[in-house]
Design a binder for this molecule. Structure first.
Ligand code: UP5
Ligand code: MG
Length: 190
């Protein structure tokens, strides 16, 4: 089936750790298709869809949108695209997210990148982004960091135990970090 033949990489890391920035570089160099779960959810809000208002409330609180909503948005992209290589950025954010993906999509990722960044650096980057995101204020950032620690780190640990995790230090310039990313991707035929 199509799903089984895809190369899937999950891209994890705390808020502002640089997932989106590094995904853009990976797309330029390796020709992946970038699916940011947060962008898909923000698109749902902007399109006044069925779940839009509820998604907005959850994002403002820094909480996690119900798994089936996010997985269905990702599934739609995986099925409608011609691409065979995907970066799934900012997902799964919890063990529940991870298990829902496995059940609905029927497979696991080929590799998982984890951008490891100190909290104070993440806060600094998010607060200086200035793109009008409803969750880029200090109150919501604190909540996002707590949710990351409590719910996303168990996912990181799960993939470490499975031998799929590639931890990258997210400190330094965008170019320096991308050098580290390239070392990982150059070891894969993808
Ligand atoms: N920047 C990047 N790299 C830098 C560097 N090396 N040095 C200096 N500055 C650097 O980067 C953040 C900022 O830092 C930018 O201004 C960038 O230029 C600069 P970015 O690449 O945007 O970081 P990223 O990790 O993508 O940060 P983002 O804020 O997008 O991460 P989040 O994980 O918080 O946000 P996301 O969009 O994934 O999710 C938002 C919300 O949606 C979640 O909180 C949640 O409520 C909801 N959500 C779900 O419920 N389920 C999901 O599956 C996904 C999201
Ligand atoms: Mg992002």
């Amino acid at each position: 089936s199509r799903m089984k033949n895809l190369f899937l990489a999950f891209v994890l890391g705390g808020p502002g750790s640089g997932k989106g920035t590094q995904c853009e570089r990976i797309v330029e160099t390796y020709g992946f298709t970038h699916l940011s779960a947060g962008d898909l959810l923000r698109r749902e809000i902007a399109s006044n869809s069925e779940h839009g208002a509820a998604i907005l409330d959850i994002i403002k609180e820094g909480k996690i949108v119900p798994s089936n909503v996010t997985v269905k948005l990702i599934q739609r992209e995986l099925e409608s695209s011609e691409s065979s290589r995907f970066l799934i950025d900012g997902f799964p954010r919890s063990d529940e997210n991870r298990i829902a993906f496995e059940q609905i999509i029927g497979r696991e990722p080929d590799l998982v990148l984890f951008f490891d960044c100190p909290e104070e650096e993440m806060v600094k980057r998010v607060l200086s982004r200035n793109q009008g995101r409803v969750d880029d204020n200090i109150e919501t950032i604190k909540k996002r960091l707590t949710v990351f620690q409590e719910l996303n780190l168990p996912v990181v640990n799960y993939y470490a135990e499975k031998g799929k995790l590639h931890k990258v230090s997210a400190v330094g310039t965008v170019d320096e970090i991308f050098e580290r990313v390239q070392q990982i991707f150059s070891n894969y035929k993808c």
